[in-house]
Design a protein around this ligand. Structure first.
Ligand code: GLU
Ligand code: MG
Length: 463
């Protein structure tokens, strides 16, 4: 995805005054956050209650921190070990959007605070805000943008959880867009009206698969928009008798849905991934950022592609990034550097993280990426040479010589890399890392006596 920072959407239809909202036909405001499985959760308040919600929040159970992917409450340890307690979900009022695809509703991201209004250590948006502040203290800021792949399935006579692709090949064919013409038009219009700027939209590789990319923004905005974009897709799909699956893997053996995460970093407005004399034109700090990501990649990916469905998606040869290496425009690389060119301009250089998907909490995913990259800069790392081939086709010895490892393939390996990595664990905070571990273990226990196809199916409609 080129970093199309010149792409802007129409001004989102915002406004927080209850009366203003009601006058435009809004009857409810849905406050949304993402849990530790990347699953959006919500509360809707009647429009007349929104002002009160902005002041005092709405009460929710703290146990959302330990909900697993199948809505099991893992009852972790204290203070999340009992059904007692309450936290407040506070709407981030200046992010409110009147939803183009749901005229009766407005949407707003939520922030979770303790019952007394103080910071709550399990709050994911705050984890990202901390990393953004840490970067700012070093004189750095970031742009981030998601590519969103998804499958569209017919929902008529819905018999549950089957996927019935809206269209079979050819991949990337314009006739694919014809098959979803009215939906595609509504989606582009609604994303624009909802303030989600899109770079491009296309029919992807697999039957029924599509993709659009969201233009880059500051990290918290990028994560908010990723959540809003899902709501926009679900609403548009439903309006056209379709269902969207964002699951990392929709059907065993097929191409998965990556939500590749592009980041670039700036000092005083200059993109540090271009204009330098390092590999592919990176500056020393830009190279250190990439090297930091590479050093901590397994722990980062435990956050950016954390589910069992993610593990099933990350296979060699699928452009999903199964090995720890970087390359210049190498689509098999977990870290693909998109360098600046005279045509696309210096500002567009970015690093794409491929092992990233819908089951990641978008705030935690970006926080983990930034934490690893900043540590690389603080430690003055230099990246190894880029790999321009597919090391999945190499002998084990050749990969070993280049220090290229397979990313974790089991929950135990994932958690091992995450929990023993001080940089990423401390970015999450001890409490949140512990809750994150609890839900991963709970998901693994759920899947233990089920076959792989059952497990894939169970993630299909969650995100
Ligand atoms: N669908 C692939 C994935 O699982 C990515 C294909 C692409 O590079 O666009 O990440
Ligand atoms: Mg793609």
């Amino acid at each position: 995805m080129p970093m199309l920072d010149q792409v802007t959407a129409g001004a989102p239809q915002t406004g927080t005054d209850d009366l203003d909202l009601a006058e435009t036909g809004v009857v409810g405001v849905t406050i949304v956050w993402a849990d530790n499985n990347g699953i959006p959760r919500s509360r809707t308040v009647p429009v007349g209650q929104f002002g009160a919600a902005v002041e005092r929040g709405v009460g929710v159970t703290p146990l959302f921190a330990v909900f697993d992917s199948h809505d099991g409450i893992t009852f972790g340890r204290s203070p999340l070990g009992t059904p007692s307690g309450d936290i407040r979900l506070m709407p981030v009022a200046d992010r409110l959007v009147r939803l183009a695809g749901q005229p009766g509703f407005a949407w707003v991201p939520g922030r979770q605070v303790a019952a007394d209004g103080s910071a709550w250590p399990y709050e994911q948006r705050g984890v990202l805000e901390r990393q953004v502040s840490r970067a700012a203290a070093l004189g750095l800021d970031f742009l981030a943008g998601y590519e969103m792949e998804f499958h569209l399935s017919r929902a008529d006579g819905d018999d549950g959880d089957d996927v019935r692709p809206i269209y079979e090949g050819p991949s990337y064919g314009p006739a694919r867009m014809l098959a979803v013409d009215a939906l595609a038009a509504q989606l582009l219009r609604d994303l624009d009206r909802n303030g989600v700027p899109v770079g491009q939209f296309h029919g992807e590789y697999a039957p029924g698969q599509f993709e659009f990319n969201i233009a880059p923004a500051d990290p918290v905005t990028a994560a908010d928009r990723q959540l809003l974009a899902r709501q926009t897709v679900h609403a548009a799909a439903r309006a056209h008798g379709l269902r969207a699956s964002f699951a990392p893997l929709v059907t065993l053996g097929q191409v998965g849905n990556g939500w590749h995460l592009h980041t670039s970093l700036y000092r005083a407005g200059t993109n540090l991934l271009s204009g330098g004399d390092g590999p592919a034109g990176m500056t020393a700090d830009g190279g250190a950022y990439l090297a930091g990501l590479l050093r901590d990649l397994p722990a980062v990916v435990a956050v950016t592609a954390p589910s069992l469905s993610s593990l099933q998606r990350l296979r060699p040869g699928y452009w999903s990034g199964a090995y720890t290496f970087w390359g210049v425009e190498n689509r098999e690389a977990a870290l693909r550097l998109v360098p600046a060119t005279p045509l696309i301009g210096a500002g567009h250089a970015n690093v794409e993280l491929k092992p990233s998907d819908a089951s990641a909490n978008p705030y935690l995913a970006l926080a983990a990426v930034i934490a690893a990259g900043l540590a690389g800069i603080e430690d003055g790392l230099t990246p190894p040479d880029p790999v321009q081939e597919d090391p999945g086709t190499w002998a084990d010895e050749r990969r070993a010589e280049r220090g290229i490892r397979r990313l974790p393939t089991t929950v135990e390996e994932q958690l091992g890399t995450l929990l023993t990595n001080d940089r990423i664990r401390s970015a999450l905070g001890e409490e949140l890392a512990d809750a994150f571990r609890a839900v991963r273990v709970s998901d693994a226990a759920w899947a233990a006596d089920r076959d792989a196809a059952d497990a894939v199916r169970s993630y299909r409609w969650l995100y």
